[in-house]
Design a protein around this ligand. Structure first.
Ligand code: AMP
Length: 299
């Protein structure tokens, strides 16, 4: 079944202590769409400007991502730049230039409105609502977010939480949202805000799922070297929803395996700048890492 993904489509300039890479293909929707495409057909909603390189459109096409919902507008593409510290866990946003995103208010093509799986990737909550309003009856809706929206659009975000099946966020965001220091308690408080499934990411320490079945602890694939973690969270949730859409039965039944697949795609993302590594991954490499995680966690 197909997955509809809305989020940012960006040019990312990324600085690490060892390298600097300007204007790479980035954005939450780009990372999530490529990740999901390993498992399911993907439709993407976003906007780019006239400066968006054709080679990046070709990359989307290589992953058979349906671009019927990608608008190309007069103006500049959303540009984000960030810098990592030596340990690669701390990131500083240097600049966010909205460009054509400033006036973006998509009307979904009819073929998109019936998509059974919807990922509201990281973007302003008002835009996430706007897309959800147009959907007919999605089977499973996942929302992602970031600290910026907790700071400047909390009311919209809280309303969104009442409309989605699952929320994915990282541990510092969960702490900011609930004021709870403890992951289990934070998840309990987020359930009260709406979502039946809460997934809290903890970077290299994996992620935690909380739902009616209790807790599930999903490891991160153990990497010796991280080149650039930008987009790892988007790749995780993209791989997760792509895997869910590729399997029969209720989403609930496949969530744990879906998290492991998302975790593996995220590990590839960290091994290259932007999407450079992810866009070269073979399906069998993903399956091999999933088996390795299975072996690593058996006892
Ligand atoms: P992550 O590393 O998973 O947090 O995701 C990083 C991606 O988020 C980059 O590719 C950025 O282009 C994108 N991004 C950064 N800031 C924003 C924002 N304010 N809204 C939407 N996407 C953003």
């Amino acid at each position: 079944m197909s997955v509809l993904i809305v989020g940012s489509t960006a040019l990312d300039s990324i600085k690490t202590p060892k390298a600097e890479n300007p204007r790479l293909l980035g954005g939450s929707a780009s990372h999530a769409a490529v990740a999901a495409s390993f498992f399911s057909p993907v439709k993407m909603v976003g906007v780019v400007g006239h400066d968006f390189p054709k080679k990046y459109l070709d990359l989307y096409r290589k992953h058979r991502i349906d671009l019927g919902g990608l608008q190309i507008e007069e103006g500049r593409t959303f540009h984000w730049s960030g810098e990592y510290e030596v340990n690669m866990n701390n990131r500083r946003t240097l600049a966010t230039e909205l460009g054509v995103f400033e006036k973006f208010s998509p009307s979904l093509p009819d073929a998109y409105k019936s998509a059974p799986y919807l990922l509201l990737a990281n973007i302003a909550p008002a835009l996430q609502h706007h897309v959800l309003d147009q959907m007919w009856k999605p089977r499973f809706v996942i929302a992602d977010t970031m600290d910026l929206w907790l700071n400047i659009a909390l009311d919209d975000l809280l309303k969104l939480l009442k409309r989605v099946d699952a929320l994915v966020l990282n541990d510092s965001e969960a702490h900011q949202l609930t004021k709870a220091d403890n992951t289990v308690e934070a998840a309990r408080l987020i359930h009260k805000m709406g979502p039946r499934h809460v997934i809290i990411k903890k970077g290299e320490h994996g992620s935690v799922l909380s739902n009616g079945d209790g807790l599930f602890l999903c490891p991160a694939y153990p990497l010796r070297k991280v080149l650039d973690p930008t987009g790892a969270g988007d790749s995780f949730v993209g791989g997760l929803i792509g895997y869910l859409a590729s399997n029969r039965g209720p989403a609930e039944k496949n969530l744990r395996k879906a998290m492991v697949h998302g975790s593996v795609v995220a590990s590839f993302c960290c091994e290259g700048f932007g999407l450079t590594r992810t866009t070269k991954v073979q399906k069998r490499e993903i399956q091999k890492r999933v088996r390795e995680i299975e072996a690593l966690t058996k006892f």
